[in-house]
Design a protein. Structure first.
Length: 367
């Protein structure tokens, strides 16, 4: 079977769902390509990353080039990963191709959290998007959702919808039983933004370090899209004298290799509609490396975090609550075993079970 994933370049390398989970897992038994924008093509065994050329400012030209290259792939199944690329899937269906649309997020909810969109603009986009989504998903061969909470918005295609969650491939994570740092160490991985609680953890950590003989370090791994936030992080890093570090974006394999060197993973999202029922994959990745987690008190958190066992649940956007949590961490970490945190993930949240569902979808769609 030949499977062609279609995605935007920055998501191919930053979204582990596409490359690390779906594409690499499928490439063990199938020929798999990821079609995206970029300068170069590359290959890894039976997995190829194919370039449709550099991305231009003209959207129509980009779509034409991506569609033309898609047709040249002559794949048995096309797997679309981006809402803006849904139109590519429609044209592929018109030419008789087999198409799967994968919804990673709740786009309708996410619209109202975009800082560059006011409510009126978001509402106008939503008015156009929903009818198009309904029509497009009806003609696609299958729909994949990353969360069960999205299902209510796809009742019209419930007979061809599968939920495939972003569970980790636990075998890829390095694991160390004992702590390696004298000071307690916290890590955050992923896109760095204010609504992901970055200012909350920095404020709490600064207050803790100023008032405690024990020190805590924080490493931020990921890209920052907001210039003002980037300046804030850099300023705080200098002021902290090395206790806060922004390490930039790292390869996923490098993150997996080094996570176990930390004690705690941070993912205290603010209360946004799109976050309430969407799993932050990083908390399962933290657990796979034996890390304790600090997460926000959002509905989905309680499905994955047992308070004071594998994580602490704090009110969203609350630096004082994070500060109190930091004070309790030393005693909590002394009372738990990192091996138990890892075992909890292995026993309950394995990607291998989700991949079986994905394989079944591919076989059914191919026919």
């Amino acid at each position: 079977m030949r499977i062609c994933h279609i995605a935007l370049k920055h998501h191919v390398y930053s979204d582990s769902r596409i490359m690390e989970r779906m594409a690499k897992s499928s490439s063990l038994d199938s020929d798999v390509c990821i079609l995206t924008f970029g300068e170069d093509s590359s290959s890894l065994g039976r997995l190829e990353v194919m370039s449709a050329g550099s991305q231009k400012k003209n959207t129509l030209i980009n779509f034409y080039r991506l569609l033309k290259k898609s047709l040249l792939m002559n794949a048995d199944v096309y797997h679309i990963h981006e809402i803006p690329l849904m139109i590519i899937g429609v044209f592929l269906k018109i030419t008789g191709k087999k198409v799967i649309m994968d919804f990673h997020e709740d786009f309708e909810a996410e619209l109202y959290d975009k800082p560059y969109l006011n409510k009126l603009s978001a509402s106008i986009i939503k008015c156009f998007y929903i009818p198009f989504k309904v029509l497009a998903t009806k003609i696609f061969d299958h729909i994949i959702l990353a969360e069960k909470s999205y299902i209510d918005k796809f009742k019209h295609v419930s007979n061809k919808t599968t939920i495939i969650r972003n569970y980790p491939i636990t075998s890829k994570f390095n694991f160390r039983q004992e702590r390696v740092n004298k000071d307690l160490s916290i890590v955050y991985t992923g896109i760095i933004s204010a609504d992901r609680g970055i200012k909350n953890i920095i404020e709490a950590l600064n207050e803790y370090n100023e008032n405690s003989s024990n020190q805590i370090t924080l490493d931020l791994i990921g890209r920052i899209n907001d210039p003002m936030l980037e300046k804030y992080v850099n300023d705080e890093s200098k002021r902290s004298e090395g206790r806060i570090s922004w390490l930039g974006q790292k390869k996923y394999s490098e993150i997996l290799e080094n996570l176990t060197n930390y004690d705690v993973g941070f993912s205290a999202l603010h209360d946004r509609e799109n976050y309430r029922n969407s799993l932050p994959t990083k908390i399962l990745e933290y657990g796979s490396a034996g890390l304790y987690s600090i997460v926000s008190d959002l509905p989905i958190s309680h499905d994955y975090i047992i308070d004071d066992f594998n994580g602490s649940i704090v009110p969203p956007n609350n630096s004082s609550a994070v500060y109190k949590c930091l004070h309790s961490l030393p005693s909590i970490l002394d009372s738990i075993k990192r091996e138990e945190l890892r075992s909890h993930i292995i026993e309950n949240f394995q990607w291998s079970n989700e991949f079986k569902k994905l394989e079944k979808v591919y076989k059914e769609v191919k026919g």
